[in-house]
Design a protein around this ligand. Structure first.
Ligand SMILES: O=C(O)CCC(=O)C(=O)O
Length: 200
């Protein structure tokens, strides 16, 4: 998706952004984020108008839109996430207010894991995310599978572009809440490195 030079340039820009620590259920996560277009409240589960998209992200949004099969302007929300070494993201589905997701992965490689209920347990699989690659979450991968990224040993950034299913401000959307793996399946919960969420 990107050359190494483009990746370097983007990372420099991302590092200059005012990234904020995520606080969920009163606990600070290890990853930091910035939202553009729309802002998702990790404590309120609300989607609200956010700051305008910086112009340096416009060319990448065009490429992401082509990959996701949507118009660039439809990718109304941009989420920048910085994962310091040791950070990941627990099992979740993105809030239902969002539609198609196109993600761009920078710096450290990682594995994106997916799981879906299958009888009393889970069916799961993992997809490697190489540096400078992109992925699309749409259809069942977006709506009926949860995803998560186990802790990464080195710095990684992701830029996720998302369409909005409802353009109303103040949409309350409870689905971004991380899955409580322990409540759903204690055996897997013990094994799942990404389940910590609040500490990710
Ligand atoms: O870092 C990524 O590529 C995925 C981020 C993600 O799953 C999220 O923010 O909901």
């Amino acid at each position: 998706m990107l050359t190494s030079e483009e990746e370097r340039g983007l990372v420099e820009r991302l590092q200059a952004l005012p990234l904020e620590t995520i606080v969920m259920r009163g606990r600070a996560a290890r990853r930091r984020t910035a939202h553009f277009g729309w802002r998702y409240g990790y404590e309120t589960w609300r989607v609200e108008p956010g700051p305008p998209t910086p112009s340096f992200l416009a060319p990448l949004r065009e490429r992401a839109a082509a990959l996701g099969g949507v118009a660039p302007g439809a990718l109304e929300e941009i989420l920048i996430t910085e994962y310091p070494p040791g950070a990941g993201i627990g099992w979740h589905r993105d809030a239902p207010a969002f539609g198609v997701v196109v993600g761009v992965s920078l710096l450290a490689p990682c594995r994106m894991r997916f799981r879906q209920r299958a009888g009393p347990g889970w069916r799961s699989l993992a997809v490697p995310l190489a540096p400078r690659s992109a992925y699309v979450l749409a259809g069942p991968a977006r709506t009926s599978w949860q995803h998560g990224i186990p802790a990464i040993p080195a710095l990684r950034y992701s830029i996720t572009f998302r369409t909005l299913r409802t353009a109303r401000a103040g949409v309350r959307s409870g689905d971004r809440r991380p899955a409580r793996a322990g409540r759903l399946d204690p055996l897997r919960a013990r094994r799942a490195p990404g389940r910590d969420q609040g500490a990710s």
